[in-house]
Design a protein around this ligand. Structure first.
Ligand code: ADE
Length: 226
């Protein structure tokens, strides 16, 4: 999979993609993440990527020309399955959406800033708008990092224990059961006996019961379809 992220703040993405699982996924060649600086596509002498809104009002609007030039150049190199715009008015990211996106070949992710992008970008280039939650961030970069993390970890081979991504909270619409590690007792707080028993079937049964109980208590709406 290849992800091209278009941003005016490429440095903001250095850290999320430069460590741990996302870094290793790139090193293993399972995903190629290419961060594109939108300013490189601004053609005026000030390299401006934003301008005042027609009709007045507060805030700046991201200009259509640099974004068009950038997306069109990327498209000369390969075809894209989705051109995504990170925006609080997009479709809410959830696990089924991450699952579907993780099966795609190439995607572009455009990070918004200021008051957002000129509407003509959304009309003519964007195929999908995604929000990571009902709140407003200062820019789309952190949202893009969240989206990419949720996708990349699902690509086969990215997580060494390949069953682990599938047993996450929200796969199967269930929250994950509690987990423990050594020591078996700390300050008198004991790990549930069944987990120390070595009896795989009983452990699976316990985990399912606890996952159901936790989901019922915290997120009962997830159980509606069950
Ligand atoms: N940009 C600003 N806020 C956002 C959000 N909640 N989701 C996605 N992109 C955003």
């Amino acid at each position: 999979m290849r992800i091209d992220i278009i941003t005016v703040l490429p440095e903001l993405l250095d850290s999320p993609f430069g460590h741990s699982i996302l870094k290793r996924a790139q090193q293993k060649g399972l995903v190629e993440v290419n961060v594109v600086n939108l300013r490189d596509y601004a053609d005026d002498k000030h390299k401006s990527v934003d301008d005042y809104p027609f009709g007045g009002g507060a805030g700046m609007v991201m200009k259509v020309e640099p974004i068009a030039a950038c997306i069109e150049e990327l498209k000369t190199q390969r075809s894209y399955d989705e051109v995504i715009y990170m925006s609080p008015d997009g479709e809410l990211l959830d696990q089924p959406m991450a699952n579907r996106l993780s099966t795609l070949g190439n995607i572009i992710v455009l990070c918004g800033h200021y008051k957002g992008v000129d509407e003509r970008v959304r009309e003519h280039f964007i195929t999908k708008e995604i929000s990571i939650g009902n709140y407003v961030l200062s820019g789309g970069e952190l949202a893009a990092a969240v989206l990419c993390d949720s996708i990349i970890r699902l690509i086969p081979g990215v997580i060494s224990d390949e069953t682990s991504a599938l047993s996450d909270s929200f796969q199967d619409n269930l929250l994950a059961p509690p987990v423990y590690t050594r020591p078996a007792e700390f300050r008198g707080w004991k790990v549930p006996e069944v987990l120390l028993s070595g009896h795989a079937a009983n452990i699976d049964k316990w985990r399912l019961e606890l996952a159901l109980a936790r989901t019922k208590e915290r997120r009962p709406e997830l159980l509606k379809d069950k």
